[in-house]
Design a protein around this ligand. Structure first.
Ligand SMILES: Cc1cc2nc3c(=O)[nH]c(=O)nc-3n(C[C@H](O)[C@H](O)[C@H](O)COP(=O)(O)OP(=O)(O)OC[C@H]3O[C@@H](n4cnc5c(N)ncnc54)[C@H](O)[C@@H]3O)c2cc1C
Length: 353
């Protein structure tokens, strides 16, 4: 592969999340000098599961790590959608298996591909104004990206969407109501949803989301909100360690008119934070990073940035909108009997086919 043609300098990446690490892997393998500055003092030790669709798996293949990720992942081949009372609305094989992998495991596999010393933990990313004429900077610094703020100001910051989510891991339990193959998937209630997915170590990953203004919901709300849901949800609640529960309010980016500016490009959540209803944020971050890094290897910087904008901006903004649309149906707080009726009909039609 050719080296970056328009610069003899290095590529500086802010953020060692999935996007920053994936970009660094492609660039360093092509012989380009790359450093990654990560604000946190060390790689994450905890974090629940990402579901990676086929296009994200392809990005991992292009990084040369797909088989290593598979070794610490589990495939989900079937998905179920249930109503709040536990009725199965849709149960179907997925068109393409989703790879489920924890954030720490995915990041560990990517980081292991980099030469020692590439990632500087405990060092915040530099300001884009410090990027020299022969350097390139990639802002992979997540939802609250200082790089994006510097380029586009506070109006480009992601906004809360009025949904809060708790996540965690529990030991497997006997499934009282669900058949083994209907345990995994989501349950959509009124203004709330609950999801259960497998983990490679035999435990279960779960997430529960409700409509709530940011900063208001508490751990106690998680337990009270889902207390009268179906028995599989209640079995998860019984197994949860309160101090291990992760809790986030959800944010969504306003659409940026550009992902690049002069010598700086944004990737992943820094460019397009989306709600998790399609389970695509990490996957799209990987695809951004791999696409941009491959283009920087092949083309002069200006050309690479123009091609990156063309390939990635519209697609990822469509994904942001699609994810929000799914969320508004999944967490609908009106007309849920009608929604469930329609979904039940869809499920029956799929079974007949
Ligand atoms: C509840 C929930 C569930 C989700 N489920 C899924 C799923 O199933 N599938 C999926 O694909 N995605 C999922 N996502 C989305 C996924 O977590 C993100 O889209 C993904 O992590 C984005 O990767 P990134 O590398 O762009 O950013 P991040 O993973 O956020 O990484 C950014 C990095 O930058 C660092 N950083 C921040 N500021 C600075 C700074 N100033 N200097 C240096 N470093 C800095 C941070 O410490 C972090 O390490 C989910 C998100 C949420 C909230």
């Amino acid at each position: 592969m050719a080296r970056i043609r328009a610069t003899s300098g290095e590529v500086r990446i802010a953020g060692a999340g999935v996007a920053g690490l994936a970009a660094a892997v492609i660039l360093s393998r092509a012989g380009i000098a790359v450093t990654v500055d990560e604000r946190a003092d060390s790689p994450p030790a905890t974090g629940t599961v990402f579901g990676l669709a086929g296009s994200a798996q392809d990005a991992l293949r292009r990084c040369g790590v797909l088989e290593r990720v598979r070794a610490v992942a589990v495939e989900q081949r079937r998905g179920t959608l249930r109503a709040g009372d536990g009725r199965v609305l849709i149960a179907a094989d997925l068109p393409h298996p989703v790879l489920l992998v924890t954030r720490p495991d995915l990041q560990k596999v990517l980081a292991a591909e980099l030469p020692a010393g590439t990632v500087n933990y405990g060092r915040p990313g530099r300001s884009p104004s410090e990027v020299g004429i022969d350097h390139v900077m990639i802002g992979a610094d997540g939802t609250f990206s200082p790089t994006r703020e510097h380029l586009f100001g506070p109006d480009a910051a992601p906004r809360p969407v009025g949904i809060t989510v708790w996540r965690g891991t529990v030991d497997a339990f006997p499934t009282p109501t669900a058949e083994a193959d209907t345990l995994y998937g989501e349950t959509w209630g009124r203004g709330a949803l609950f999801g259960i997915t497998p983990r490679w170590d035999g435990r279960l990953n779960f997430f529960g989301a409700v409509r709530a203004e940011p900063g208001i919901a508490t751990v106690e709300d998680f337990f009270t909100h889902f207390a009268d849901w179906h028995s599989d949800v209640r079995a998860v609640l019984d197994g949860v360690g309160r101090d291990t529960l992760l809790h986030h309010d959800l944010f969504q980016s306003p659409p940026l008119s550009r992902f690049t500016s002069r010598r700086v490009a944004l990737v992943g959540d820094a460019a397009h934070t989306m709600t998790p209803h399609l389970g695509r944020g990490a996957g799209e971050a990987l695809i951004d990073a791999v696409t941009l890094a491959e283009l920087l290897v092949e083309y002069p910087v200006n050309d690479a940035f123009a091609r990156y904008e063309k390939t990635r901006r519209r697609r990822s903004l469509r994904m942001v909108r699609a994810s929000a649309a799914v969320g508004s149906v999944a967490l609908a707080d009106r007309s849920t009997p009608m929604r469930d009726g329609v979904l039940g009909l869809v499920g029956r039609a799929m079974r007949r086919r």
